[in-house]
Design a protein around this ligand. Structure first.
Ligand code: UDP
Ligand code: MG
Length: 333
């Protein structure tokens, strides 16, 4: 079935998270403006400053003031990439939005293709990384392995080698707003939403400027969030492993008793004792950690804190062009 094509003249937005991106921001704004020359449907650009500690927020205002359609959302602190794009998707008002990184690793020619596919009627058009440039072998291998592990474990059908770079239609944006998970794993949730999805292959270039904002610690957290949100298999594997270990222990027990009664070997086997002790001690701690990851997720959901705090919203084409400081905004009290 070919889905009905949307009528022309529909608008497209860009959602771009920024965390300490002062080095790349001037290049980014130049690229966006160049892209808009050929794509007048790009009406809104939502920049989400995820608690940058450098000049990102000031620079974003200076570079975009007077240019039409820019919105700057400033978080009160660093809430993380996934929540930054979530806030952007909740704020954008266009008929479709493209989520992309600030560092120009997500090329604009792919965005052109995504818009074309959306016009053909697709609701989600994601970028598939055929190859990656300028990233360490370790990171490439780790992410490759993770995407495959995720596909094996998760209950949702997520495409391989696909990050958050994608176009989503208004229908998907509206449904996404309803999810409200505390630690959203955005690419998994969008796959979960369904609709007509398709991918575009591209070679992912290296960062245009600046350093990666994804240290190994954050990458690992993202992986854990993804798996705990979409699979309970690690818990079931733990139970199965426990059963197998108990069965083996029974055999071991029989052997030990026979050794004692028949062969009369009382004290020996200190080495095997230590090995089993360490092995099972390690396994127990590991699965306690796995259990803990799920528990932490449940705890976060139960607390129901706001997922992110916005300290300021600013529009590049607002009449006065002057931001309203958070402190002078009317409060509920
Ligand atoms: N980012 C963010 N908050 C964070 C970390 C990263 O908003 O805590 C943004 C960052 O500014 C960039 C995007 O997420 O626009 C992807 O980050 P980065 O390019 O550093 O990740 P990598 O491409 O190295 O995986
Ligand atoms: Mg990057």
């Amino acid at each position: 079935m070919t889905p009905a094509a949307p009528p022309p003249r529909e608008t497209v937005g860009l959602v771009i998270p920024l965390y300490n991106e002062e080095a790349v921001l001037p290049l980014l704004i130049d690229e966006i403006e160049a892209f808009r020359q050929d794509h007048p449907e790009v009406q809104q650009i939502v920049l989400v400053d995820d608690g940058s500690t450098d000049a990102t927020a000031r620079l974003a205002r200076d570079l975009t003031a007077g240019k039409p359609g820019y919105v700057l959302i400033r978080f009160s602190r660093n809430f993380g990439h996934q929540l930054a794009i979530t806030a952007g998707m909740e704020a954008v008002r266009t008929d479709a939005a493209v989520i992309m990184d600030a560092d120009l690793q997500d090329p604009f020619w792919v965005v052109t293709e995504m818009i074309a596919r959306w016009r053909q009627g697709y609701d989600v058009v994601y970028g598939v990384r055929k190859r990656r440039e300028g990233e360490t072998l370790f990171k490439r291998t780790a992410t490759r392995l993770f995407y495959r592990l995720f596909q094996r474990l998760a209950d949702v059908d997520a495409p391989l080698d696909t990050g958050d770079f994608r176009l989503v239609s208004r229908a998907v944006l509206d449904e996404y707003r309803r999810i409200q998970e505390q630690q959203p794993y955005v690419r998994g949730l969008i796959a979960w939403l369904g609709f007509n999805q398709t991918g575009i292959e591209y070679v992912r270039p290296g960062r245009a400027a600046g350093q990666t904002k994804y240290p190994f610690r954050k990458l690992l957290q993202l992986a854990v969030d993804g798996i705990t949100a979409f699979s309970d298999r690690p818990l079931r594997y733990a139970a199965r492993l426990g059963l197998v270990a108990s069965a083996l222990s029974m055999l071991g027990l029989v052997w030990v008793v026979i050794a004692k009664l028949v062969y009369g070997i009382p004290v020996s086997g200190w080495t095997s004792l230590m090995v089993t002790l360490f092995l099972f001690g390690g396994l127990q701690l590991f699965f306690l950690g796995v259990l803990g990851s799920y528990l932490a997720r449940v705890f976060a959901e139960v607390r129901r804190r706001p997922r992110y705090i916005i300290r300021e919203r600013w529009h590049s084409d607002a009449d006065a062009g002057v931001p309203v400081p958070a402190s002078s905004r009317p409060t509920a009290r």
